[in-house]
Design a protein around this ligand. Structure first.
Ligand SMILES: [Zn+2]
Ligand SMILES: [Zn+2]
Length: 180
């Protein structure tokens, strides 16, 4: 199984590198960056569900992850950090609301949101364990409070589902800071 990573809007190269590393190094899945999407070029704000319905299909057995600079939303929510549709094997992560001018913090937040949404695609629901990456986040403060990793219970769940997450993976954000 591969994660096809598609980019929408203006996505910095270090964000792409981090995404690929987190997928391969931590989640233990193959990642393939499939390039920029040619849709919603003039919109700044996009309905996440509609985008995931319209976007290209992943190859059979693969999953598609869209990473976007655009602000995404859903009826009933002003904004979303991400959305996953496990039935369609598609997820999106937006870093629009994660930006704060400090690259290190932005990269950490992005890693958490990617692991979170792909966790949903791998079959996990939200988790109440303090610190677990699968906790629901309503604000960047809640994103900052949680870890970028799964708790032990979520890890066991993923193992039962046949995934082999690399528990010992070290996320070294500093290596992405001078990649501009
Ligand atoms: Zn979630
Ligand atoms: Zn958990």
């Amino acid at each position: 199984m591969e994660i096809e990573i598609a980019l929408l809007g203006s996505v910095p190269p270090e964000f792409v590198l981090l995404s690929r590393d987190v997928v391969e190094g931590y989640l233990g899945l193959k990642a393939q960056v499939v390039g920029f999407l040619n849709m919603y070029s003039s919109e700044e704000r996009v309905l996440a569900y509609e985008l995931l319905r319209r976007v290209r299909e992943p190859l059979p057995g693969n999953m598609l992850l869209v990473i976007t600079s655009k602000d995404i939303y859903h009826p009933g929510y002003n904004f979303l950090f991400g959305l996953a549709l496990p039935g369609k094997r598609k997820a999106i992560v937006s870093f629009y609301r994660l930006l704060c001018g400090i690259r290190q913090i932005e990269l950490e937040r992005l890693a958490k949101e990617i692991v979170h949404e792909l966790g949903h695609l791998m079959g996990l629901n939200h988790c109440e364990t303090p610190g677990c990456v699968m906790r629901f986040s309503n604000s960047v403060f809640e994103v900052d409070e949680k870890d970028w990793r799964f708790c032990d219970r979520c890890l066991r769940d993923l193992e039962i589902r046949g995934f082999s997450v690399k528990r010992g993976y070290l996320l070294d954000i500093t290596k992405y800071l001078n990649k501009r």
